[in-house]
Design a protein around this ligand. Structure first.
Ligand code: BGC
Length: 418
């Protein structure tokens, strides 16, 4: 069992969500993409996912186009107070959430006051409950007018993002401490511009790098603007890093994995490190690669998405981040798709042990935010993967805390009272 003495009293214990994955009724470039692809994905999924262990139990969901439409979400936009009650029941004192750009600036330069007021109330509600709000400005979704201009592929568009970041800072950040500018630029650039599975469906290494690079400029520009408006804000990123290892001792394998780690984990952070007050780590993957860059992971344990699970791999990344950058770290996402809630307690327990060890070894770890608070819309996989600490029945929008979450809540309580 994790030892109780290693977490500071003011440690942030919480969970994360992203606007598009929970709010419902958004109209952005992802919504458009869902409408254009739901039928196709429903047709292709049975063949694509046939090797998953839980295949028979997900077959009807994955072959239904409705699975791929975010639609009314889980009505978090309406039910957020109820969801904040859940944070309280889970003994949490922090919450990471996203604001939806397409609601706040639905047409170029036109601010929607109602949407801004909504997020003001949302943040005030968290503060009145003594829950630290951690605001993410960009979690991949954008207004259609912005993507029609070429989104982040067009350097000239960065000014719009900068203006949006300024607006968020002026309107919403007065009483908050932590703000995250970008979520996982590496995942966005690769999935949207190289793997063609996300909007806008690009298949080019060149385009993918261009977007990756432009996002680093966008971060820098937004950082400068936000700092000038509110110097006290602690500004970070949510970076998805992978704990990747060579599977053998061959020079070629080692070189390939080193290059991979550099591009995936470090290149972006190196570029923006002067413009970061803290680093947010999103951890899901430990991987073992051969020289062809094929993952050769152990056969088990696998989560519902077929991802190999080695939760203690987070330790290596925490140590490496600390060694490279010496900045405070918040684990901004960490979790698994686990519809039967079979592995979640084990995963969290292993993670807590790794976190304690990292703190002992000098890492300035400030908080842990589980992905996710609620079962939500998992992008191109849709509704079937269950990442939540809390299950949601979408017919009645009923929330039910899972057993693993109850256990986690009791652990948090121990650490807080320690
Ligand atoms: C993303 C989340 C996503 C989660 C699970 C992260 O890459 O930030 O939006 O739901 O991983 O795949």
């Amino acid at each position: 069992m994790p030892n109780n003495s290693k977490f500071p009293r003011d440690f942030l214990w919480g969970a994360s969500t992203a606007a598009h994955q929970v709010e419902g009724n958004n109209d952005n470039q992802w919504t458009q993409w869902e409408f254009g692809h739901a039928e196709k994905w429903a047709k292709e999924a049975p063949d694509k996912l046939k090797n998953l262990e839980n295949y028979s139990s997900i077959l009807s969901s994955i072959s239904d186009p409705a699975n791929y439409i975010s639609g009314q979400g889980i009505e978090h936009y309406k039910l957020y107070k109820q969801d904040f009650d859940l944070l309280g029941q889970l003994n949490m004192n922090a919450y990471r959430f996203g604001v939806e750009w397409s609601r706040i600036e639905p047409s170029e330069g036109q601010w929607d006051i109602q949407a801004i007021n909504h997020y003001k109330n949302y943040i005030n509600e968290l503060i009145s409950r003594e829950i630290e709000p951690i605001l993410t400005i960009w979690h991949w979704t954008m207004p259609n007018w912005f993507t029609e201009k070429g989104g982040f592929e067009n350097k000239a568009n960065i000014k719009y993002f900068e203006r949006f970041s300024a607006k968020i800072t002026e309107e919403l950040a007065e009483n908050i401490k932590y703000i995250i500018i970008l979520n996982e630029p590496n995942v966005y650039a690769s999935h949207g511009y190289y793997l063609a599975i996300w909007p806008p469906g690009g298949k080019s290494v060149f385009r993918s790098f261009k977007v990756f690079y432009n996002l680093s400029l966008a971060h820098k520009a937004a950082y400068r603007t936000i700092k000038s408006l509110n110097p006290n804000l602690r500004i970070g990123i949510a970076a998805q890093l992978s704990d990747s290892h060579p599977i053998d001792n061959q020079l070629a394998t080692k070189a390939v994995v080193r290059a991979r780690n550099y591009i995936w984990n470090w290149w972006f952070l190196n570029r923006i490190i002067k413009q970061l007050d803290f680093i947010g780590l999103n951890y899901y993957f430990t991987e073992y690669y051969n020289w062809r860059q094929q993952p050769k992971n152990p056969d088990t344990p696998l989560n519902d998405m077929g991802w190999y699970m080695e939760p203690r791999g987070i330790y290596n990344l925490l140590i490496e981040l600390n060694k490279r950058y010496h900045k405070p770290i918040i684990i901004t996402e960490n979790g698994l798709a686990d519809g039967k809630d079979k592995y979640r307690k084990w995963w969290i327990k292993e993670t807590l042990i790794a976190m304690q060890k990292a703190i002992e070894d000098g890492v300035k770890l400030v908080g842990y935010l589980h992905w996710s608070l609620l079962d939500n819309f998992e992008w191109n996989s849709g509704w079937w993967p269950k990442f939540g600490l809390v299950a949601v029945n979408r017919k009645y929008m009923k929330r039910t805390i899972k057993p693993s979450a109850k256990w986690f809540a009791s652990e948090i309580k121990k650490y807080k009272n320690n």
